[in-house]
Design a protein around this ligand. Sequence first.
Ligand code: KIV
Length: 258
Amino acid sequence: MNNKIKKILSKKNKTKIICLTSYSKNISEILDKYSDIILVGDSLGSVLYSYNTTKNVTLNMMIEHSKSVRQGVKKSLMVVDMPYNSYNSKSEALKNAKKIIKYSKADAVKLEGGKKILSIIKHLRKNKINVMGHLGILPQSQIGKFRFKGKTTFERKRLLNDALLLQGSGVFSIVLECIETKLAKEITKNLKIPTIGIGSSVNCDGQVLVTDDLVGLNLTPIKFVKKFYDIRKHFEIAIKKFSKEVKNKTYPSRKFSY
Ligand code: KIV
């Protein structure tokens, strides 16, 4: 087993796991100091390309961004989302996962879903591909409005069962997206592998957020997102200064000219 994965597994019940998204080298360099896992999420579709669904994200987009991210990652475990329509069958999933790993040197891939994709995950694991699971809100299969998961007894049983099935299929960790607090606790308690929550309470073994959201780049409010900083403000200060100096001809001065 990959040493970085062993390290993630060893954190269960000891210390919280930090996971953040990145789509490029510069951001990865910053995150790498503080993260255990860097995720090249297909959220890049909405964050960078303003798509209203991650279904429009292609395998090539994921590969190109992952290649950039790879250059900034030294110590963290790097996970890449397999995009929509890239794992419809066992052979397609294996071919595409291998392609992602070959070009990006990622440590693992992430797939959305439970029981339905179990045979695909097992096939990837049989072929030595490290896999992270993803349950709860599944943006790639979302129709209509997002709402938290675990409202009905049926849904709660299904999610717990899916989590156990995923664990049995060999995933090393599971992202729990927008799962009700007590259910997130129950799932986390029943698993040997760590859960990484997003909008799923403090009860998970780790937390993930879209980096653009936590630094205040995204202006759309999301219930579970805390804005830890307002990077827009600081960006604006620099841009304003540049604009002013160009207009009053103090930039570029002699020092910045050939
Ligand atoms: O696509 C993504 O960034 C994700 C995280 C939000 C978990 O899947």
